[in-house]
Design a protein around this ligand. Structure first.
Ligand code: ADP
Ligand code: GLC
Length: 474
């Protein structure tokens, strides 16, 4: 065995998910096991997760964890070496991980400081003979983990801070400093102070031994003001300890050969059948390319551009199915598109894994017009399913899709279409190109084949994380 890692996060598939963070945290333990690393995941025992506690073992009790008693449980669940932090006063609530029926939980700073505090304690003391060599903190919710370790003077456990999305920085009022057990001496611009408040992500960024983000391009983008969202200077100052390691996808779960209507690069007839079934499910008849969007409906994802570009796309023969939920206004905007183009555009507001599988199987293209995208997973599902990605050229989207430029097409290496900047003009042109490519079936099938061959699994990235951990522990 190479070593032990405690992965600390607020989401993890298959237990709790609001976005790609959960997929990545859930996939890493198995991916790292192939590299000989023993990774455990520490998660809060949110209400829907408490059912697991019965067959887990209590391994740690804390009498006062930010206002109440807490117990850490350990056990193997769904193939993951899971540690659940049961602190009912913080996590046993109705709703999702961050919000309830009345909006964001008022004490989110405390809730996730508690997670980080516990992680640091477990790392410092070890539990049942298991002490990690590395703690791997994901996003702001775990950002205080490296900081608590540092402030406690623990140097022999190394820390990695991974940024999945810098838009969420874990701000809290400076008045909470003592409540959150943070040292006043570190409340300065070189510490966790952020424009008069405190930021748990910044605390992680300034104290971790290493910073990673989820694609090489986003790692560079983060050092620029357009993308760094105020933290660009902090990251640039540590440029020598920043790397971008691309996410993978679970190729067992995302596999056209395992779908109900199955297909593969050698036998594409199944994809045509899946398309037919999908069109039937939504009552669509689409002569040109059938595109999909599977996404949180937010500005980050460029969903607001759809009303500007879809009418022309439909006029050119295209069709669209949107699956997602999020901003109320954006939900309304995509619904209005469907109403305006019956038989061509359909929308399903909500969240559904099975439907998303049917969509990737049956569609011709997946649209990801993000304004920024640390990595992005759906363009990789698209590659794997021969559902050509049409993406904004940013972050991980830029790192995973080979644009169908004349040169790339001539060389036979294109895997999708990418456009820049993220605006309606460039997006509209990309869709026009999609229609043209679809009309040239020979080029289209070639591009599909390239896409399906493109590696999207975890192998390369797991090796990169392993090399990083190894370097850190020396
Ligand atoms: P982000 O984490 O920023 O939302 P990613 O592309 O990294 O973006 O990950 C999003 C994940 O959530 C993917 O696995 C995607 O398939 C899934 N997803 C998003 N919205 C839905 C939905 N409405 N139904 C099913 N899956 C969804
Ligand atoms: C974030 C990003 C997304 C990334 C995911 C997993 O949610 O928005 O681009 O794929 O984290 O790293």
């Amino acid at each position: 065995m190479q070593g032990r890692v405690l992965s600390v996060a607020s989401e993890c598939v298959p237990f709790i998910k609001t976005g790609g963070l959960a997929d990545v945290v859930g996939a890493l333990p198995a991916a790292m096991a192939t590299q000989g690393w023993d990774m455990r995941v520490l998660l809060p025992a949110y209400r829907p997760l408490r059912k697991y506690l019965a067959d887990m073992e209590p391994v740690w009790t804390e009498h006062d964890l930010f206002g109440g008693a807490a117990t850490v449980y350990f056990g193997l669940q769904d193939g993951v070496s899971l540690m659940l932090l049961d602190a009912p006063h913080l996590y046993d609530r109705e709703g999702g991980p961050y919000s309830g029926p009345y909006g964001d939980f008022w004490d989110n700073p405390q809730r996730f400081a508690a997670l980080s505090w516990m992680a640091a304690r477990l790392a410092q003391e070890g539990v049942g003979g298991w002490r990690p060599d590395v703690v791997h903190a994901h996003d702001w919710q775990a950002g205080l983990t490296p900081a608590y370790l540092r402030y406690a003077g623990v140097w022999d456990v190394k820390s990695v801070m991974t940024v999945h999305n810098i838009a969420f920085q874990g701000w809290a009022d400076a008045g909470l400093l003592q409540t959150l057990r943070l040292p006043v001496s570190e409340f300065h611009p070189g510490g966790f102070e952020y424009y008069g408040n405190l930021s748990s992500l910044k605390a992680g960024l300034v104290t971790a031994d290493w910073i990673t983000t989820v694609s090489p391009t986003y790692a560079r983008e983060l050092m620029r003001p357009e993308f760094g969202m105020g933290l660009q200077g902090v990251i640039a100052a540590r440029a020598a300890q920043v790397s971008g390691i691309l996410n993978g996808v679970d190729t067992d779960v995302w596999s056209p050969g395992r779908e109900e209507i199955s297909y593969g690069p050698g036998k594409m007839a199944g994809k045509a059948k899946a398309r037919e079934a999908l069109c039937q499910e939504f009552g669509l008849t689409v002569p040109g390319p059938l595109a999909i969007v599977v996404s949180r409906l937010t500005d980050q994802k460029g969903i607001d551009l759809l009303p500007d570009v879809i009418p022309d796309f439909v006029a050119a023969g295209g069709g669209l199915i949107v699956l997602g939920s999020g901003d109320f206004a954006l939900e309304g905007a995509v619904q209005a598109l469907a109403d305006a183009h019956p038989g061509r555009v359909a929308v399903k507001i909500g969240y559904s894994e099975p439907l998303s599988h049917r969509m990737f199987s049956g569609a011709d293209a997946v649209l990801v017009p993000s304004r920024f995208e640390p990595c992005g997973l759906t363009q990789m599902y698209g590659l794997r399913y021969g559902t050509l990605p049409v993406v904004a050229s940013t972050g991980g989207l830029a790192d995973t899709v080979i644009h169908a430029s004349p040169a790339a097409l001539a060389a036979g290496v294109a895997t999708g279409i990418s456009f820049h900047p993220t605006d309606a003009l460039a997006f509209g042109q990309a869709l026009a190109q999609l229609v043209g490519l679809y009309a040239d079936q020979k080029l289209w099938v070639n591009t599909q084949k390239n896409a399906m061959k493109h590696p999207v699994g975890w192998e390369t990235s797991a090796a990169a994380y392993a090399a990083l951990y190894q370097r850190l522990i020396g």
